[in-house]
Design a protein around this ligand. Structure first.
Ligand code: PLP
Length: 401
């Protein structure tokens, strides 16, 4: 070691970092927050399979199967359906950069962090962004949507189906029809709801829909399902300017994913292991059935609501019909430090009780039971741990904490 160090000094190479000579530290944790959720062993095993080349026929077949799985999860026949190589944000960026051209009027229905983020991204593409804002926890009515479309006459509109900062699930029926009649492209974010709540891309006339892999699909983060319908493809084809991201250009991606009937060309190296995992996560969804999977999430949500009520705790979203079945914000009672209670749950039980996000930070816990984690016993355990943590906090003198 000493000789090696001297050698390094002589040639002035940085010494090797000692930290990398130790094994990685990763305790097993129960990830009952807004994602990532725990991966089932089957998905983890898929990640460990030997690599194929990113343009080998066997990998193309896996990509084709992923496409079919995404079409099923989205309930769409759209040909241009694939998985972006990146997390949910990459799906969001892809939706923005392919649909938005400079000076396009973009209406963003915003009642939480995801509306804010979308507006930020659209601004980066020089759109004329009009934010229609509501307080966290609120949903937009068809009347709100119609008024905004009449007033702003946008060419693109965004709304989050799963506003995971407030844990609201925005009703979508009718919004797509309104956008269509106003000649406006509707982009919807369903990252936190896909698989856990009904989604009908075609029936609901959604033009662009994107999601993520690490929530209900219980895969590692790194693949973002996305689909564009014919209206969205027409807007893409009619662009006067190039898509500003090469990596996320749906023309190129559609070719790599075999969606345009042309021979597939190298665009980028598909993240092989992430795609194996997504293929496995989608297989599990298909085996269980979409409706059964959604029912399992709703059942867990109902057990959670009942348990919270017994404990005198209140979900942040008052109207049951507007709650996300996958993720629930729970109001932190007066006099309780949410962070200390979460720390208690992590230290003692390795259970993640996540905090709020954006404007809900500090005011709520967000409890998520997604995919592999959506099991009644996990919900019951979490309820017990939350109760124990709150009692522990109430009974501990502040100075001892
Ligand atoms: C988690 C989430 C995202 C972002 O996904 P990343 O994988 O973190 O990039 C986007 N939208 C919603 C609604 C989410 O819940």
């Amino acid at each position: 070691m000493r000789i090696f160090y001297r050698l390094c000094k002589m040639s002035s190479i940085m010494p090797p970092p000692q930290s990398l000579l130790k094994p990685m530290n990763f305790p097993r944790k129960s990830l009952y927050g807004p994602g990532p959720s725990n991966c089932p062993p089957r998905v983890l095993a898929a990640c460990a399979l030997p690599l194929l080349g990113h343009c080998h026929p066997e990998f193309f077949q896996i990509m084709d199967e992923i496409k079919e799985g995404v079409q099923y999860a989205f309930q769409t026949q759209n040909e241009l359906t694939l998985a972006i190589s990146g997390t949910g944000h990459a799906g969001m960026e892809a939706a923005v950069c392919n649909m938005v051209e400079p000076k396009d009027v973009v209406v963003v229905f915003s009642a939480g962090l995801w509306g804010e983020r979308f507006a930020d991204m659209a601004e980066r593409h020089d759109a004329d962004v009009r934010v229609v804002e509501k307080p966290m926890g609120a949903v937009f009515t068809l009347d709100d949507v119609k008024q905004a479309l009449d007033h702003h006459k946008p060419s693109v509109a965004f709304i989050a189906h799963s506003e995971s900062s407030s844990t609201v699930m925005q009703p979508l029926e009718g919004i797509g029809d309104l956008c269509k009649s106003h000649n406006c492209i509707l982009i919807v974010d369903c990252v936190a709801s896909l698989g856990g709540a009904p989604m009908f891309m075609d029936q609901w006339n959604i033009d662009v829909l994107y999601s993520g892999s690490q929530k209900v699909l219980s895969c590692p983060p790194g693949a973002a399902p996305i689909s564009l319908n014919q209206r969205a493809r027409n807007k893409l084809a009619a662009r006067k300017t190039k898509v500003r991201s090469f990596y996320l250009d749906m023309n190129w991606l559609g070719n790599y994913w075999g969606c345009d009937g042309q021979p597939r060309k190298y665009h980028h190296t598909g993240p092989i292991s992430s795609m194996y995992a997504l293929r496995e996560g989608l297989s599990m969804l298909v085996e269980e059935g979409l409706e059964e999977c959604q029912a399992r999430h709703q059942k867990c949500a109902n057990i959670l609501y009942e348990g919270l009520e017994k404990m005198g705790l209140k979900p942040f979203v008052k109207n049951k019909a507007h709650r996300l079945p996958t993720l629930t914000a729970v109001e932190v009672p007066d006099g309780i430090d949410w962070k200390k209670v979460s720390q208690y749950a992590m230290d003692k039980y390795k259970i993640e009780l996540a905090g709020g996000l954006g404007a809900s930070a500090g005011k709520v816990w967000r409890l998520g039971f997604m995919g592999y984690n959506a099991q009644p016993e996990n919900v019951r355990t979490t309820l017990r741990v939350l109760q124990e943590g709150i009692e522990w906090y109430r009974n501990s003198p502040q100075s001892k904490l």
